[in-house]
Write a protein of this length. Structure first.
Ligand SMILES: Nc1ncnc2c1ncn2[C@@H]1O[C@H](COP(=O)(O)OP(=O)(O)OP(=O)(O)O)[C@@H](O)[C@H]1O
Length: 258
């Protein structure tokens, strides 16, 4: 579980995160949504320890980040898996080498132990025969699977994904979303996804946090999205005509049922 309390971050006097409070539970897929520039990436970078907030606490399973020793912070890094926007694979390394990288960085395992774990996670993301391929030989969806395999190879407690569907077609996006959600439940991971993909919101948003100009504007589940009166959320969702129609149909159905 990750708890965020009164998180504040500013750059050159401009406040980009304004007193964010949030709780992210393990075994659940939480989405942080919001328009471009709303503060999603800065928020994720604060959680990753890449940016130091001026004020507020980030608490990982009861441990306050700012009170951790250097060793504890290093240990925490091993517990965090990250899927970057655009996959961020090493182009000149094979799939196997890409996925093995964190094990080489953080463990003293033998080659046999490492390759056993690599094969296990590749199998888990349905990439059994891709060990010796290079990223350029794979489709965008397959590259994303490799990125997920690499993110979970250390058996993380926390999984952060920055726009995991960017560049993917809607069908492949859904497959990747479902894979992330399945893995989250299977291994009881606390998963936080930055997204502006409404499909993802509706498909896997067990908890959704809407940021607007650095403020937490709304919080709820995917079931609650279409019933909300929150203007900012409606504005965000209504930018897609498809969802506008779905909401109208949903409200009509609810009204006729009551
Ligand atoms: N290192 C930085 N220095 C100065 N300003 C920054 C820095 N990083 C982010 N910002 C500013 O913080 C605000 C929030 O940016 P952020 O990247 O978190 O938005 P976002 O919601 O992730 O947008 P997008 O969906 O486009 O990725 C923006 O106004 C941005 O210009």
């Amino acid at each position: 579980m990750i708890e965020v309390r009164n998180l504040n971050k500013e750059f050159d006097g401009v406040q980009v995160l304004k007193g964010i409070d949030a709780t992210f539970e393990n075994g659940k897929t939480s989405l942080v949504i919001g328009t471009s520039g709303s503060g999603k990436t800065v928020f994720l970078k604060c959680l990753l320890g890449l940016i130091q907030p001026e004020k507020g606490d980030i608490i990982y399973d009861g441990q306050i980040y700012n009170e951790m020793s250097g060793d504890e912070k290093r240990d925490l890094k091993k517990d965090i898996g990250m899927v970057f926007q655009g996959s961020a694979l090493f182009d000149s390394s094979t799939v196997e080498e890409n996925v093995m990288f964190p094990l080489k960085m953080f463990t003293n395992q033998s080659y046999e132990e490492k390759i056993e774990r690599v094969n296990f996670v590749l199998d888990r993301v349905n990439l059994e025969n891709a060990n010796k391929k290079f990223p350029a030989e794979l489709s965008g969806g397959m590259q994303k699977r490799v990125a997920i395999a690499r993110a979970i190879v250390m058996n993380p407690k926390y999984l952060f994904c920055d726009e995991p569907n960017s560049g993917l077609d809607p069908k492949t996006s859904t497959v990747i979303d479902n894979l992330i959600q399945e893995i989250t439940k299977e291994y009881n991971i606390t998963t936080i996804i930055n997204s502006h993909d409404m499909n993802s919101v509706m498909e896997i948003g067990e908890k959704i946090i809407l940021l607007k100009h650095g403020v937490k504007e709304w919080e709820g589940t995917n079931d609650e999205v279409f019933k909300t009166d929150n203007e900012s959320l409606v504005d965000f969702v209504y930018s897609s005509n498809l969802f506008k129609k779905v909401r109208e149909a949903q409200l009509k159905q609810d009204n006729s049922g009551s």
